[in-house]
Design a protein around this ligand. Structure first.
Ligand code: ZN
Length: 600
């Protein structure tokens, strides 16, 4: 990060996200808050390690082992607390679980991390782990009181996809047969099997082109992956082991599902359970695509809307993170409501390269478990992304809108009967969009419409707008009354205020942009809680009668909440992470970078 701090010459154009001087912090605050405030120094987190429990455990006689494990694992977990799990990849199995000493070290790692469930993988990158080692590891962890499941990663099956080489060509018969044999082998060993998120294809080889016929690539790939799921994964696994539950893990790149054969609703119906990739990266990273922290929340809630009670948990890894950025992942995954948090993977987290990330999480684990007890009743303005929808030029814009402090309730279904909805280009997947929108407007509803979608709706005779929906040059917000309701068209420039550039900077909004953002938030506050003075990249999560606020900027923030209609004017602090506090006025939230506060 140090290399990114040097660009001091552009204060007037940008906020540095890693400011070297207080001046930048004050400057940042002055833009959004009146009057400027003095912030407490970031205080180190109070850490309560649970390792003492584990040490006691090792000292007790075997007679008491069962009772102690029961005490730790079963009734002691408070309501809402999470299960922590990890994966031993097929390569981890070979390198770390083939000896008694290796298994002991792995178990010690699990104890330290609070991990009570492990996934032992049988296949990855063309390598199938040895049956004897898989069985020995499975039985060892079970005897130690952990829950044990299997995992398969469908990479290296044989003929690769002509597109992304890690994926396979699923038209190719030998690949299909190899896949089936891997699932037969795994289902004989485990009652639950996770599939890592490489179970897709973007292959356009001559075999696929011939098999596709007159279908579009999207149609063919979706049909192919559903067929392979039934005939080469679920069918064989259930034939070998009728108790086997198979979980499909969806990747965090949800805006590309429709290109690669992931069909979330039909796969959620087909598989026994689903899992959610909640991986976050350095938002400044060109390599990782400038990911917004809100993405993990958006995809989790969106897939929970699709998968319902089949939604088992979130999954993230340490790649592309610092320890600080790594911790954004458990924070967001837990805020999104994941009952199980899956830490990919043992071999990486125990390595010198990512050891610091694992240590950082272990130090805060108890705090995250406490946070999970406040998490339920997610709400916000319905943000509509139909399954298999194409984002057009608006990929991941819904993550950016969330990072503006506009709470979203992600959904794959048009929110009939809602008072408000957020609509972007993705909604055009729904061929009944306009009639549905008209019904919402006729009931007096408000639709927040992105600029590109407004452009696409412009001139539609079914939508009798009295004025063009397109924004004029340098116009950032516009309200058009249509059919008894309101269309609020917002410029691209507003969500893009949350974008972190390759030099780790966010653009400094002009006066006009700041005023437009405030006006947009005022309109939002008719429907949900938001903040008029928080800078972009402070996300707000309404949770029943509670509200969580997370500062994902790199400077301290003071802000107030609005839109708490009918709720108490004076807030109560329920939970604070990393030095966040509520001021004595009961209204001003003080949030150091990457901190979180839950108030009611
Ligand atoms: Zn192919």
């Amino acid at each position: 990060m140090a290399a990114r701090r040097s660009n001091q010459g552009s204060h007037d154009a940008h906020f540095l996200l890693f400011p070297d001087s207080d001046m930048v912090c004050i400057c940042a605050v002055q833009v959004f808050c009146q009057p400027p405030a003095i912030f407490p120094a970031r205080s180190p987190a109070l850490i309560l390690l649970c390792q003492q429990k584990c040490r006691h455990f090792h000292c007790l006689a075997a007679l008491f082992t069962f009772f102690l494990l029961a005490a730790i694992l079963l009734p002691a977990r408070p309501a809402g607390a999470v299960v922590w799990s990890t994966l031993f990849t097929a390569q981890d199995v070979r390198e770390h679980l083939s000896t008694e000493q290796g298994r002991q070290e792995a178990l010690e790692f699990c104890r330290k991390m609070g991990i009570t469930k492990v996934y032992i993988e049988s296949f990855r990158d063309g390598y199938q782990a040895e049956e004897a080692t898989l069985k020995a590891a499975r039985d060892y962890f079970r005897q130690a009181g952990l829950t044990v499941s299997g995992c398969v990663t469908t990479t290296g099956l044989g003929k690769p996809s002509s597109g992304w080489q890690v994926a396979a060509c699923y038209t190719h018969r030998q690949n299909q047969e190899r896949l089936e044999s891997v699932f037969r082998f795994t289902a004989a060993l485990f009652d639950e099997i996770m599939i890592d998120d490489f179970f897709f294809t973007d292959c356009a080889c001559s075999e696929c082109a011939a098999a596709k016929g007159a279908l579009s690539w999207q149609q063919y790939r979706e049909k192919l992956m559903l067929q392979i799921s039934r005939e080469r994964v679920l069918g064989p696994a259930h034939a070998v082991n009728p108790n086997a539950k198979v979980i499909i893990k969806f990747p965090q790149w949800y805006e590309q599902f429709q290109e690669r054969g992931y069909v979330a609703d039909q796969e959620a119906a087909l598989f026994d359970r689903i899992w959610v990739g909640t991986e976050l990266r350095d938002p400044a990273s060109d390599e990782w695509g400038h990911k917004q922290q809100y993405e993990a929340y958006f995809i989790y809630r969106w897939l929970a809307d699709v998968g319902g009670s089949k939604t088992g948990g979130g999954w993230f890894d340490p790649f592309g993170t610092t320890p600080t950025l790594y911790l954004d992942q458990p924070l967001t995954t837990i805020l999104a409501g994941a009952p199980e948090v899956f830490l990919f993977h043992y071999g990486a987290l125990a390595s010198s390269e990512y050891h610091a990330q694992a240590e950082a999480l272990a130090a805060r684990r108890v705090q995250y478990e406490k946070l999970s007890t406040f998490v339920s009743g997610w709400s916000g303005i319905a943000a509509y992304k139909p399954v298999s929808s194409d984002p057009g030029e608006e990929a991941y814009i819904l993550d950016e809108i969330g990072m503006l402090g506009i709470p979203e309730a992600p959904t794959a279904h048009f929110p009939e009967g809602a008072r408000a909805v957020i609509l972007t280009t993705q909604a055009l997947r729904d061929t009944e969009l306009v009639p549905k929108l008209l019904r919402l407007l006729a009931a007096g509803g408000t639709a927040f419409i992105s600029q590109p979608l407004a452009h696409r709706l412009n001139g539609d005779p079914r939508l009798p707008a009295p004025a063009p929906l397109d924004l004029e040059k340098n116009q950032y917000l516009k309200t058009v009354e249509v059919g008894g309701g309101k269309l609020v068209v917002f410029s691209d420039a507003l969500p893009h205020l949350t974008h972190v550039d390759g030099q780790n900077r966010v653009a400094q909004p002009t006066l006009e942009l700041r005023e437009s953002l405030e006006e947009l938030r005022r309109k939002v506050s008719d429907f949900t809680v938001t903040s008029l003075d928080a800078p972009p990249r402070v996300a707000i999560y309404p949770l029943g009668g509670r509200v969580a606020v997370v500062n994902s900027t790199e400077f301290p923030v003071a802000c107030r909440l609005t839109g708490l209609a009918g709720m108490a004017h004076k807030l109560n602090r329920l939970y604070a992470l990393d030095g966040a506090t509520l001021a004595s006025d009961g209204a001003t939230l003080w949030l150091p970078p990457h901190s979180a506060l839950v108030v009611e």
